[in-house]
Design a protein around this ligand. Structure first.
Ligand SMILES: [Zn+2]
Ligand SMILES: [Zn+2]
Length: 393
């Protein structure tokens, strides 16, 4: 299996397209503090000045070491500086004067850690909360997302993998919040974006070196770039977790993740809880001694299956994972002591698409980012976004 896939890497590498410049107009609109919904924030330039506009009129020149505080009041935005009141407005814009630069923003109510972002801001009030949209170049957004999603201690090839996945996700989900007037939120609902990339310059390098690259399927449509923490040794078909099948999200063997931090787990639950769950939730015949014995001693087959299958009553693993708060759907069951059941599992997450810990290990071993992506996603191509229309034509 592995040998075949390595040959497949080389074949698909021929289709790898050169990187070209991504248009400077590619700005994405991200709702920041989307989950915490602040009612008071403070904004201060980190480097360089910003123009502040209230209801489209210039109201203040914001320079480094100065700050404005914004408070939701009477369904309006109340703005003040360190020593003066600027008034109340329906909409507020904070716009970079010239060149690239960053500003600091901190939510005061609720009190959260300071964040730093590139780009501009639009603010408005809904209910008693402030809606804050960061208008940012997609590549600056991607490097912030990669730091939030992948951490700061990976190597360059892994950051390239994660950059391409996050860019692909962003581009295929630009309409996710269309009704609310922005592209994506900054929480786990979309992609975590809690700051610009602040710590690891390798992330910025990875984003730049893969600039504009996205993953497309054999019909040159941007893919659903699903990923998870650890597959436990074999990834899962999309149709086994979701309601539909996707030709590029097919189960593959993965020997790279099996000694990684989230490769295995255990959970002990009271025997009575387990029996009660099977009975009440799945109408499982727990009073039949043969069926009960099956439910107390289960080893999964080598190939992953959507059901727990050692009886003629298939129990849906996806549902069991959610109900019992298990890390994955790949697990065995054994009765221990007289009153407990031990669930022993592999992997962490839904198991579909790219396995992050497997990809990290591959990157550590010197396998290039494009080969890693071709390993986990079947029959895909990497393509520069600016060439997408050309290929579609
Ligand atoms: Zn969202
Ligand atoms: Zn894996």
């Amino acid at each position: 299996m592995k040998i075949f896939l390595y040959f497949a890497f080389n074949f698909f590498s021929l289709l790898f397209l050169p990187i070209s410049l991504f248009s400077a107009t590619n700005t994405v609109n991200i709702s920041i503090y989307n989950d915490s919904k602040p009612s008071s924030v403070i904004i201060s330039p980190f480097d360089g000045g910003y123009e502040v506009k209230g209801d489209d009129k210039f109201i203040y020149q914001l320079e480094p070491k100065d700050a404005i505080q914004i408070i939701s009041e009477d369904n309006l935005i109340y703005v003040k500086t360190l020593n003066q009141t600027l008034g109340k407005f329906t909409r507020l814009k904070v716009i970079r004067k010239q060149g690239a630069g960053t500003f600091k923003i901190k939510s005061l109510i609720p009190n959260t850690e300071e964040r730093v972002y590139f780009g501009n801001l639009s603010l408005s009030v809904y209910g008693k909360k402030i809606k804050i949209i960061n208008h940012v170049n997609i590549e600056d957004y991607i490097s912030g997302v990669v730091e939030s999603e992948a951490g700061t201690k990976q190597n360059l090839e892994y950051y390239k993998v994660q950059s391409i996945i996050c860019r692909t996700y962003a581009l295929s989900n630009l309409r996710k919040h269309a009704e609310e007037g922005f592209h994506l939120c900054d929480g786990t609902h979309c992609q975590v974006y809690y700051s610009k990339n602040r710590i690891n310059p390798e992330i910025t390098k990875a984003t730049e070196e893969t600039k504009g690259l996205v993953i497309v399927d054999s019909d040159i449509n941007i893919i659903t770039a699903a990923f998870h923490s650890n597959c436990g040794g074999q990834t899962v078909n999309a149709e086994d977790v979701w309601k539909y099948s996707l030709p590029y999200l097919k189960s593959v063997c993965d020997t790279f993740c099996t000694a990684q931090p989230h490769a295995s787990w255990q959970k002990k639950i009271p025997l009575s809880n387990w029996i009660n769950y099977l009975d009440k939730k799945h109408n499982y015949p727990v009073n039949d001694s043969i069926y009960l014995a099956c439910a107390l001693n289960y080893i999964p087959p080598p190939d992953r299956n959507p059901h727990l299958l050692n009886t003629d009553i298939p129990l849906p693993l996806k549902e069991m994972r959610k109900d019992l708060d298990l890390r994955s759907t790949c697990f065995s069951i054994s009765k221990i002591e007289s009153d407990s059941v031990l669930i022993t599992g592999n992997g962490y997450g839904h198991g579909v698409g790219l396995c992050q810990e497997g990809a990290m290990k591959m990157a550590e071993r010197g396998i290039p980012f494009d080969k890693i992506l071709h390993y986990y996603y079947t029959n895909i191509h990497l393509i520069d976004l600016s060439l997408l229309d050309f290929f579609k034509d």
